[in-house]
Write a protein that binds this ligand. Sequence first.
Ligand code: ADP
Ligand code: NG1
Length: 457
Amino acid sequence: MPTNPPKIKVLSCGNERLQKLKEAFHGKYGQMPLFYACAPGRVNLIGEHIDYCGYAVLPMAIEQNILAAVSVNDSQSIQLANTDPKYKDFSVSVDRISIDKDNPQWYFYFLCGVKGIQEHLSLSSLSGMSCVVDGTIPASSGLSSSSALVCCAGLVTMEANQKSLSKVTLAETCAKCERFIGTEGGGMDQSISFLAEKGTAKLIEFNPLRATDVRLPDGAVFVIANCCVEMNKAATSHFNMRVVECRIATKMLAKARGLQWSQLQKLGELQMELQASLDEMLELVEEVLHPEPYSTEEICKTLSISTEHLRENILSTNTQHATHFKLYQRARHVYGEAARVLQFKAVCDSVPVNAVAQLGDLMNQSHVSCRDLYECSCPELDQLVDICLQVGAVGSRLTGAGWGGCTVSMVPSEKIDYFLQTVRERYYTPDARRSALEKQSLFVTRPGGGAAIFTEE
Ligand code: ADP
Ligand code: NG1
């Protein structure tokens, strides 16, 4: 497999979207783009909220992506425009890049990618760039529009500065730099955006980052359905609260086992340290943690630390206000979900006769765990999952961060027409807003390719 993102020669006149983007670019900057870059969104089939705990996940890239047209300028500035008027123009001098965590505007995600590559390559000066961005991934819907934008910006910056980096380095760099916006994600989105290959889902493992093909069984298709509730991760504390709860659970479990807990941050690291199985980790959770929420006082007392220490070293900036932490529920979800990912991969590899039913079961268990233990679902997602299961899906679950956004369902191929029509009738048509969004909200998806650079022939 080639290690660098592909550079593809294209004819924009054969591609309506590229042609339109080229025209928009010309209208904005009065010149032609030098090159284009695209990075896909993703749908996670199973393995939710466990990447930042160090565990493997199982996503595939989707066809929807972020595409940018780019030229290099000599004005020493980064000029950004967007084909969607909702995203306003922005310009900044290359030596004045800063990212405001308290105000997650679209261009700050772009600047995350720019800054990440600059720091990784230790570039003392950056080329000026003029860009127009065009996106087709529904935003704040669990399909990784933000990471696709960060990855696209990272790739653009690499190319505009005439550098070359491997897909793995780009993925790791973009995973790290998206955290400049404040969310403490785990790297799944950026990894699949760069490492995806058409026709196959991937098992993504971390530390070291690697991607293994997962062939999905014949006879079923995956359908994405958006519940039409948006949840912006960077603008709320839900996401980081879960990251923090997992971090505290790691330390409390480590302390109970007499380990040096202060350096341990992830539930996965703790498992490695203990050399235990996932089942044994679940037993440890039952033995050590209690289901009632932990107060700040109880945590500080158990770890023998001050509240200031907790706030400064363990909590994130946007979770400073938190007073209660559900450690038992979060840890149970993470260890259970990590096991389900491995079971899903094993079923795809061995393809038993009832493979589709087994995978569906695992997806259903995942949703229940996200809903009840991790509490990252919402009534609309639960309703949509129920409808999908009633009308033919063998498995259905929320995908991505949750609290809104999309479900992914596994549907036997022969039932797909009835499924799509009935979900439409039951979830979208009765509500005017949903109905207006239905076309981009309910669709069959197949594993797509990863990020790439295009130049015109
Ligand atoms: P997701 O789950 O899609 O990653 P987030 O809430 O983390 O959702 O990020 C969504 C943000 O990403 C948007 O608010 C916007 O700032 C940015 N974004 C998404 N799509 C685009 C786009 N096409 N153009 C510009 N910015 C975009
Ligand atoms: P989305 O669905 O893109 O908000 C987020 C995290 C992932 C992962 C999932 C939950 C970022 C950039 N992405 O994805 O790393 O933790 O939630 O599985 O933070």
